[in-house]
Design a protein around this ligand. Structure first.
Ligand code: EPU
Length: 342
């Protein structure tokens, strides 16, 4: 019954989104147990409401109050749940903090996730946009997950293939958006671990520390140092990490841009296309460190939009649109925002 669910009206989301935007949810439920979702499902009026599934709120821009039901996923627990010859399986509940989870695995002597240290957000959100950094992404270590299906009221067990992972993308942004509520994620961590130092900036950071054969913890420490230098701490300056995806263009478009802009930063993809560094494009348009009202562009990484204090979601969106227009006018490239914009 709905009365068993502690649904709170007009609940401020300010502390629950890393942009620090002051918006309210018409209805709010903190989910600490899958049984609450079953109860929710049994209540047609609640089931029918527009839903926002909120984890760490680190990939979200709220441009207005949310008129439906916000489900704040706060389930806790991490355990080693098995192993085979090649890998150790670790299962974490969706509400666990991502970085704390990564550190936990390292403390257990289970390497693999170190390149993904200090990414804000929760474990349950990590597969949704297939979080990635410094040459790794969640899909590399993902085994399977369990989610509650708001359409059928049943549990879904999804394999890696089912999740359709791609660059900052998965089925949870498409067919299962707002429908599957991720409850727990199972990771497969390799027993024969190899450091992943493909990302030049990470290799350089370790070299500068005089470390030739880094441990997983040393890699994590280097990643933490780089991120702390370049990315604003959401506890101090509101932001949602990279605000845009790095755009993928054809080799033809990249080559013609390169003629005009020899410094263009681009990365060849497996299919022959090129990923461009959106931060470089925005930086070249002169936006780094600039502001438009209370919304701004981070001083050390132009891909990150920030709340300089009291910004509304509409302020951030206005800045984002201005940047997109300028990048498109100068380079003919369309930038797509990375966060969910509501
Ligand atoms: N660059 C500039 N000016 C800038 C920012 C970047 O010239 O203001 C240039 C850099 O010099 C570099 C290139 O652009 O040559 C790429 O920059 P960086 O290495 O900082 O990485 P990124 O492509 O901007 C991506 C991810 C980050 C992730 C880093 C490290 C996306 C959208 N962003 O950023 O992920 O931490 O690589 O792997 O893919 C996030 O998704 O929220 C995020 C922070």
């Amino acid at each position: 019954m709905a009365s068993q669910l502690d649904i709170q009206p007009q609940y401020s989301l300010r502390a629950l989104n890393t942009f620090g935007i002051d918006a309210a949810a018409a209805h709010f439920l903190k989910v600490t147990d899958a049984a609450q979702l079953h109860a929710l499902y049994r209540e047609p009026s609640l089931r029918a409401m527009p839903r926002l599934i909120l984890g760490g709120g680190s990939n979200l821009l709220l441009t207005k109050d949310f008129s439906g039901l916000v489900l704040h996923i706060a389930t806790q627990g991490i355990a080693i749940t098995g192993e085979d010859e090649q890998q150790v399986f670790v299962t974490a509940q969706a509400g666990e903090n991502w970085h704390a989870f990564v550190q936990w695995t390292l403390a257990q002597g289970l390497p693999g996730l170190e390149n993904l240290s200090l990414i804000p957000g929760s474990v349950g959100a990590s597969p949704i946009q297939n979080i990635g950094a410094y040459g790794s992404e969640v899909a590399d270590f993902f085994h399977s997950l369990t989610a509650f299906d708001m359409m059928s009221g049943e549990l879904l067990h999804l394999s890696k293939a089912d999740c359709a992972f791609a660059y900052r993308d998965s089925i949870f942004k498409h067919a299962l958006r707002d429908r599957a509520i991720i409850l727990e994620v199972r990771f497969a961590l390799p027993k024969s671990w190899q450091p992943n130092l493909r990302y030049a900036e990470l290799a350089a950071e370790l070299a500068s520390r005089g470390i030739a054969n880094p441990s997983a913890q040393e890699i994590a420490d280097a990643v933490i140092a780089i991120r702390t230098r370049k990315l604003p701490d959401p506890a101090k300056v509101g932001n949602a990490g990279s605000f845009f995806k790095n755009p993928v263009v054809s080799a033809e478009q990249r080559n013609s841009l390169l003629v005009q802009y020899p410094d263009l930063v681009s990365y060849l993809q497996a299919d022959g296309s090129y990923k461009l560094a959106a931060g470089w494009l925005i930086d070249q348009c002169g936006w780094k460190g600039k502001s438009m009202g209370a919304a701004g562009v981070h001083e050390n990484q132009a891909l990150v939009l920030v709340n300089r204090g009291g910004a509304t979601g509409a302020d951030v969106l206005r800045l984002s649109n201005k940047i997109r227009e300028e990048v498109q006018a100068k380079y003919g490239v369309i930038l797509e925002p990375e966060p969910v914009i509501l």
